[in-house]
Ligand binder design. Structure first.
Ligand code: NAD
Length: 489
């Protein structure tokens, strides 16, 4: 049961958006009050009547123009991401690319919405089925991918014929604002996509609005669970993706140089603020573990930290001072609980600068009871949890409450295949540290990393954003009453 309760707010709330590399306030974002969210939904309801009736081809033409504009404004979008989130420009460019790929997929909507037809399901009777849009859909997104995750959600939804209300993270809403402007410039009719800013009050207004048919959420697990529970109780379709603690199992035969390269990017890229970041390395056997720690130690201590706009920087700041303090509290907890802090990022020179910088941290001898193992830290902190053998490594992964992503590094095809089949995790990488599925496949975890059944984008995204209708048709010259169950004759 979630402990979160709806907020009572009667006056507009305003919060600052800051540049995490400089601690400078960029602008203020005004949070929408519930009546404003309801007004946006009312406008979307009107827009839906026309938009849902357009041909899929016409909707996909808007997507093609939108794709072109996104491509043209890639750099501008990446710069907005870096300015408000802090990740390096190269990383931001990668995020934009992954978002664009979902738009490319959405361009194929006329094909993706094709139904099924069966001739002569009975004598003179045909059966066919097709998918129709749901109506008004809403998306609630986290701070860590301010462009990619909105792009995971609304392009498919609107290309399916829905109208969409996007509620981006109030921490870095600038990317959603730019994306919305580009979508309008692409020729999207008014109110097919609307952005409402805010935090919990805006989310609660979305969850309570009876005209919203479906809610897509990505964020932390407690909020994902709350959104899933509340939206479901209110009769909505909901997919709520939550937090993670992704493990990488390192078999004794894995090439250590590759493992170290993979781990550096997967654990410390984007300062560990990725839901698919590797936060636990699980070397199999003490010999493998010792080699891993020896190889990582030097690399982690030398990560180049600085503003994301600076060339050669490998890791930018954390998103906020509050978040850096939270990550530091985890580091203290790890030390208190007896894990061995091999590299202490708090001592990195950049950590004393004005921005919210923290160096890479490496813990050895982390055990499952520890807080730093159980909970998602969402920072540049890698825990090494030693496993005595392969079965022990799998048990560690399977016993963990989260199940978003997992990776195994090995040269043994048999082990890799066994791992992919047995492991209780939604996305698996074999010698791939961050196995984020491409746009035409679907993204989603298991266990406490996903509430709901349907993953995001790919064919799961089409199913989530539409409902199936089946038609059975006959054109009789005469009709006789049938009192028995109709069967094929
Ligand atoms: P968050 O849960 O704090 O916020 C996510 C969204 O929910 C934001 O739009 C926010 O305004 C809203 N929100 C926050 N508190 C709320 C409340 N009490 N009630 C209603 N709405 C609320 O998450 P975050 O800090 O922005 O993002 C980081 C988290 O997102 C991490 O846990 C990360 O693992 C997760 N994440 C998961 C995935 C995935 O695909 N599984 C992807 C990216 C991020």
């Amino acid at each position: 049961m979630s402990t979160l309760t709806p907020a009572k707010l009667t006056t507009a709330n305003v919060t600052p958006v800051t540049n995490p590399a400089t601690d400078e306030k960029l602008y203020e974002v005004t949070h929408a009050l519930p009546p404003e969210v309801d007004a946006a939904v009312a406008r979307a309801k009107i827009a839906f009547k026309k938009w849902s009736g357009e041909t899929a081809l016409k909707r996909s033409r808007v997507m093609f123009r939108f794709l072109e504009l996104l491509n043209r404004h890639r750099e501008e979008l990446a710069a907005v991401i870096t300015r408000e989130h802090g990740k390096t420009l190269d990383d931001a460019r990668g995020e934009v690319q992954r978002g664009i790929e979902v738009v490319e997929f959405a361009c194929g909507m006329p094909h993706l919405l094709k139904g099924e037809f069966s001739e002569n399901v009975g004598t003179g009777v045909d059966g066919y089925s097709f998918r129709q849009p749901l109506g008004i859909c809403a998306g609630i997104t986290p701070f860590n991918f301010p462009a990619m995750i909105p792009l995971w959600m609304f392009p498919l939804s609107v290309a399916c014929g829905n109208c969409f209300i996007l509620k981006p993270s109030e921490v870095d809403p600038g990317a959603s604002d730019l994306i919305h402007r580009l979508f309008m410039e692409a020729g999207a009719p008014e109110n097919v996509l609307q952005v409402v800013n805010g935090g919990k009050e805006a989310v609660d207004a979305i969850l309570a609005n009876p005209d919203i048919a479906a809610v897509s959420f990505v964020g932390s697990t407690p909020v994902a669970q709350y959104v899933h529970q509340t939206a479901s109780q209110n009769g909505k379709r909901v997919q709520a993706l939550g937090g993670a603690k992704n493990h990488m199992v390192i078999m004794p035969d894995a090439p250590m140089d590759q493992v170290v390269e993979a781990l550096m990017g997967a654990a410390y890229g984007s300062a560990g603020e990725r839901c698919m970041a590797i936060s636990v390395a699980v070397p199999v056997g003490d010999e493998t573990a010792d080699r891993l720690i020896a190889a990582l130690q030097e690399r982690v201590a030398k990560i180049k930290i600085g503003p994301g706009t600076e060339a050669g920087v490998e890791m930018g700041p954390l998103v906020s001072r509050k978040h850096r303090d939270k990550v530091c509290a985890y580091i203290e907890a790890g030390e208190r609980e007896g894990a061995k802090l091999v590299v202490d990022g708090r001592k990195a020179p950049a950590a004393s600068e004005k921005g919210y910088f923290l160096g890479g941290c490496l813990f050895d001898n982390v055990t499952p009871q520890m807080k730093i193992y159980q909970e998602e830290i969402f920072g540049p902190v890698l825990s090494v949890a030693r496993a005595k053998d392969y079965a022990h490594a799998c048990k560690l992964v399977d016993d963990h409450p989260f199940g978003n992503g997992v990776a195994i590094f090995t040269r043994d095809g048999g082990i890799a295949r066994d791992f992919a089949q047995r492991i209780q995790t939604g996305m698996v990488g074999i010698n791939v540290p961050i196995p984020v599925p491409m746009a035409y496949h679907s993204f989603g975890g298991w266990k406490r990393s996903l509430f709901g059944d349907v993953h995001m984008h790919g064919m799961e995204g089409i199913r989530f954003n539409t409902r199936l209708k089946a038609v059975t048709a006959r054109w009789p010259e005469t009709m006789q009453a049938e009192f028995t169950m109709p069967v094929s004759k």
